[in-house]
Every structure is written in structure tokens, then in C-alpha cells.
Design a protein around this ligand. Structure first.
Ligand code: ZN
Length: 303
């Protein structure tokens, strides 16, 4: 295992994190969250999804959030989209720098999540990336349920590698592997990250883990050791997926930052500011967030 000296950190709390929270945050609170995350060092943030507001009420104000984003040339704002209509909405805001498309590894989950087959989701993702590139943005694709499906169970790694190969031809900035329902383990993560990295090189591989079964941090560690250079996380460990039963939150930003920085892997994030943001957000939505670092004393003391 050769560890990198740095990774790129992507904060997904304002989108994937909030999406499954029962409390609907006011647009201004979402913007405060985004500003705090920027202050903490985040330079790529998933800020909204452009999906049917009847299915995801938390994201109904996506356009308003975009209108209020701090104008920062050094921050990449990501909008999640599932189809061309969503992509056009995101680009029309003029504030989204990168479209995030989702291809789903199994037909059953693709149907439940976005009303497409697996192949249909791959085709749609390729179209979204092409539209982003034409529209002056960039595009990236996440392969959802890459490590397991809530309906079909095991997912064949070779199938995911083939999906990644096809998606890579559409010109994305990266390919991401998402453990949407939190079933991955470090062994499988190591294998799949290595194989997908080989298949899409020189494109980078991003990873997206949920901590449903407590393997989230171990999976981040395995992924970084296997060649993933970009890591998603959500402040406080917020989040889940409304369409995946029992799915817990994302791996927690401050916990991931603590682990990686202690190993000498730079994340660009200030853990004290992340912890303060996590505590602020927990009180705002009146919930004990699952992240651990924000509940522990600073280490080393005074850090
Ligand atoms: Zn997720």
C-alpha cells in the first residue's frame, strides 16, 4: 500500500447529507452551512440536486440555493442531476460548475432510484457529461450501488468495471464508486478501486461511502491505499438515501479528516472548523449527528 501525500476532499453534506433529513432546512441555513464549509477549507461542495421536488422535498429550493452561493472562483459547486431536464435546470442557474450524474449498477435499484435500467442510467449519464462539457461546466459520474444492491444483493465487480469503462469514454472529470447502502468492506473496496482505476486511467477515481454497517472509515482508508484520490464525506456524518431502506449517513467529514491528516495525508480541511460546523448543524436540526470526532476532546489537546 502506497499512501498519497494528499487527497481531494469533497463535501456532500448540503446535498446527500441533508436529502434524507426529516427537517427541511431554510435556504438561508443551507447557505450558512455552505459558507461554513468553505471557511473550513472545502473547495468542492455538492450543493443541491436538480430532481423532482415531490420525490426529494429537501431539494425543492435548488435554484434559490444556487442564486445565493458565494461567488468564489476557487470553489467548485456540484449539482446532482439524474436526467437531461435536471442537467438543463442546473446549467440554467449559471452557478453550477460541475454536474454530477448517477449510473446505477443494477436494474432494480436504477428503477427505484431514477426510473431507468442500469444501461439506461449509463446512457443518461454519458449524455449529461456531454451536455456539461458543451455548456461550459464539467461532468462527473458516480456508479451507485457499486458494492451491493438493496434488491439484488451482490454486484459483480466485473460489471462495475465495464460500466466505468463505458462511462469514462463520455469525457467525465472522474468516475466515482458509491456504496449507496453501506455494505462495502475494505477487502472488496481495495479490489474494486484498483480494477476501476486501471480501467479508467488516467481519469481519477472518487469514492463515496455510507457508514450503515460501521465500515465507512475503514473503506476510505482502503480506497485511498488502493489509488482513489478523491473522497466524499458529509459534515457530522449526516445523510442517507430516501430510496434505500436503512441506509445511514455518509462517512463523517471530520472523522475522515482526522484519520487522514493523522496519517500525513493532507485534505485541505481545518478540523476545528468542521467540528464547529457539525455542532452548529446538529443544534440547528435538533439531532445528535453520528460523527465521532465532534463529540471527543481535541487531540492533541488544544489542537
Ligand atoms: Zn450517498
Amino acid at each position: 500500500m502506497i499512501l498519497p501525500s494528499a487527497i481531494e476532499f469533497v463535501e456532500v453534506g448540503p446535498r446527500d447529507g441533508l436529502q434524507n433529513e426529516a427537517v427541511i432546512l431554510a435556504t438561508n441555513d443551507k447557505l450558512s452551512l455552505i459558507e461554513r464549509l468553505i471557511d473550513a477549507g472545502a473547495r468542492r461542495i455538492e450543493v443541491a440536486s436538480f430532481v423532482n421536488p415531490r420525490r426529494v422535498p429537501q431539494m425543492a429550493d435548488a435554484e434559490d440555493v444556487c442564486a445565493g452561493l458565494p461567488p468564489r472562483g476557487d470553489v467548485t459547486y456540484v449539482g446532482l442531476v439524474l436526467n437531461l431536464r435536471g442537467a438543463e435546470r442546473a446549467l440554467a442557474t449559471g452557478r453550477i460548475d460541475q454536474l454530477g450524474a448517477v449510473a446505477v449498477a443494477t436494474d432494480s435499484f436504477a428503477m427505484a432510484n431514477q426510473g431507468q435500467t442500469c444501461a439506461g442510467s449509463v446512457a443518461a449519464a454519458c449524455d449529461i457529461v456531454a451536455l456539461a462539457n458543451r455548456g461550459g461546466a464539467s461532468g462527473q459520474v458516480t456508479i451507485a450501488a457499486a458494492f451491493g444492491c438493496p434488491y439484488e444483493g451482490e454486484v459483480d465487480p466485473s460489471h462495475v468495471v465495464e460500466m466505468a469503462r463505458t462511462l469514462a469514454q463520455s469525457g467525465p472529470a472522474e468516475i466515482a464508486l458509491a456504496d449507496t447502502i453501506g455494505v462495502a468492506d475494505p477487502w472488496r473496496v481495495t479490489e474494486l478501486v484498483r480494477r476501476v482505476s486501471d480501467a479508467v486511467a488516467p481519469l481519477p477515481v472518487r469514492v463515496h461511502f455510507h457508514n450503515t454497517r460501521g465500515t465507512g472509515l475503514a473503506n476510505v482508508w482502503a480506497a485511498v491505499g488502493a489509488g482513489a484520490t478523491i473522497v466524499d464525506a458529509s459534515v457530522g456524518g449526516l445523510g442517507g438515501c430516501p430510496f434505500a431502506l436503512g441506509a445511514a449517513g455518509n462517512v463523517c467529514s471530520e472523522d475522515v479528516v482526522y484519520m487522514l491528516e493523522r496519517a500525513g495525508i493532507a485534505t485541505g480541511m481545518r478540523i476545528d472548523a468542521l467540528i464547529a460546523t457539525s455542532q452548529w448543524l446538529g443544534s440547528l436540526i435538533d439531532k445528535q449527528l453520528p460523527g465521532m470526532a465532534a463529540r471527543a476532546p481535541a487531540f492533541p489537546p488544544g489542537a
